[in-house]
Structures are given as C-alpha cells and as structure tokens.
Design a protein around this ligand. Sequence first.
Ligand code: EPU
Length: 339
Amino acid sequence: MKIRENVPISKLVTMRIGGVAKYVFELNKELEIIKARSEFKARGLKKYYFLGGGANTFATDEDFNGVIIINKYSDITIEELPGKEVKFTVGGGCKWDDFVDKTTEMGCTGVECLAGIPGTVGAAPVQNIGAYGQDVSKMISRIFVADFLTGDLKWIEADDCHFSYRKSIFNGKERGKYFIIKVEFILSRGEISGELYGSLQSYLDEKNITSREPAVLAEAVRNIRDSKLPDPEKIASSGSFFKNIYVMPEEIEDLDKRGIPHHGTKVNTGWLIEKSGLKGRDFHGFKISDKAALVLINDSAKKYADLERAVEEISEIVFDKFGFRLEQEPNVIGKEDRK
Ligand code: EPU
C-alpha cells in the first residue's frame, strides 16, 4: 500500500477541482483494503472516500481531513464457460477501456459500446456507466466488496445492486459503505443483435461499415466519442456533467406537444441546454461544450465555488425556459462526507 500525505484532490480528478486531502492510500493488492482499514483506524481518521479514476468526481475547496482510498488492483482472470459464455473477473483498479479491449479481442459482445469511457472497472457499477445503447449493469454478475465499517468481505449479486440509469446502491442507499475490490462479468462470444443506437448506426452507414464485430463497434464508438467528448487527459472535464432527465409516462404527451425530443420517458437534456442558447457559453471559467451540451469544460476555473455558481446559473436559465431542473452527475468529495 502506498500512503501519500497532503495531496491536492485537483491532481487526482479530471475536472481539476478540489482542496487538499490529508491522506491518499493506493492499494495494489486484492485484499489490501483490510490493511487500509487498520491504518485508517490507527491514524484516528474519521472520513474516507473511495475514488476510481477521478473521471466522475471532484471536491469542494475545503481540505479533506481524511483519506481517499484508490484501488489500483487490476488483475483480469478469464474463465471459459460452457457454450459461448466467458467469465471475466477484473480488479477494480483496472482501466475500464483496457478491460473493454480484452473483451473485444476475444470476440465477446456486451461492453463494446462502452469503449473509450474514462475511469476504472471498480467505478463503472457505481454510476452504472452507459453509452450507445449498452449499460454495464447488464453484463455484471456479481461484485466483490469490503464493507468498510465492519471489515467483512462479500459478493453482492447484480440483482442486489439495484441498478438504474446512472444509479446503484453504491451511489444510492449504501453510498460509501462498500469498497469495490473486483467485478465479475459474464459476456458472450458473438455480436450485438437488433437495432443499434441511432448515432452509432449513422456513423457506420456513413463509413460503409456493415460488420458488427465487437472490436469494429468499439473502434467506431471511440471515434464518435473522440469527435464529441473532451479527452480528460488534455481538457479538464468530467464527461457528461448533467444527466438526462426522466419524466413520468403521463408527461410524454406534453413533451410531444412542446416538441421536446425524448426517448420514452428520457428527455434529451442536451437539447434543452442547447436550445437555451448555452452551447459554448462560459460561466465563471466553466464552458458548456459546443459539441455536447451535457458536458461542462473547466476552461480556467480553480475553485469549486465557481463551479457551484456556474451550475446554479445554467440550471436557472434552463428552468426559466423549459421548467426542468437539471441534475448533476458527478460526485463531490466533501459534500457527502463518509461517516
Ligand atoms: N442533444 C442535443 N444537443 C447536444 C447533445 C444532445 O440536442 O448538444 C440531444 C439530441 O436530441 C441527441 C440526444 O440529445 O439526439 C442524445 O445525444 P447523445 O447521443 O449525444 O447523448 P447524450 O444524451 O448527450 C448520453 C450519455 C453519454 C453517452 C451518450 C451516448 C448521459 C448523462 N450521458 O449523452 O455518457 O456517451 O449518451 O450514449 O446519459 C457520460 O455519462 O459521461 C457520457 C458521456
């Protein structure tokens, strides 16, 4: 385990916003979380936060007087199951996109449309990452966790994770309780059947690509993402900052009357932001991407306080125009302190 002291959180997260963390523990071995727990207690700390790749998290400006625990354990074990199925058991610290590569190299379908998403395998189930018609919850069979309060280790079955759009028990009712050690996926050799996500299909048509091989689709998705979404290595952002908004089924008629695009009960919130005239506009150093309106880019801001002001102002404008309240996707360290 690597222990670091007084680490600026802004250096750990892709939005580059956040005060100083008293400690960072980096875990490289599968069960090192047990040792981390003892260290946490021995140092008399009260607060902790589990961080993945930092692509969907930032922190308030106040110093975080606790420990940020980062899983770097990244082993992948592969087991061929009878028939076409393959079981992947993957350390939570594995880079998500490395895992996607491994699956597509083996000709497995299930996560190819999630190619190019930044972050780690351990963080993927927390917000149930999803893109281009797939979401990670469909492929997860179970998750191996440590209960940080009791030190107990256990498997949680996918059904008990209560997955929904960008939601699970890990960012919901059990927030902060479980440290994700490794994730088990069951994928199938083969190809996606049925309709593809609209913009993915259009891209393939444009390029005259008819193959649906997982590696081909993964490559296509990476290209689409590259053309729309900022590369967090180069441009500070945390991907989609705002979530798409879900309405009640009885509200769909009203959406249609008002000409608001939606996919079932999911309102295309990027459209609301775009039609509010906000694309490319700057708010306190944060710019709404001119390519993807759900994305907020940190152009020149240094403070969380500026982000809060920017979000408030953007939300107000959209609310005044359309009557919908925007919802933020990323997590904020320091706002929802653990224990
Ligand atoms: N739209 C606009 N203007 C925009 C963006 C979107 O009008 O600037 C409308 C259009 O009607 C478009 C629809 O929204 O047809 C859907 O847009 P898009 O396919 O680009 O996806 P999104 O809703 O903006 C979501 C995810 C992305 C994911 C894409 C593709 C969320 C919060 N975001 O974005 O995920 O890559 O779908 O599946 O659900 C992320 O979570 O960080 C992320 C990038």
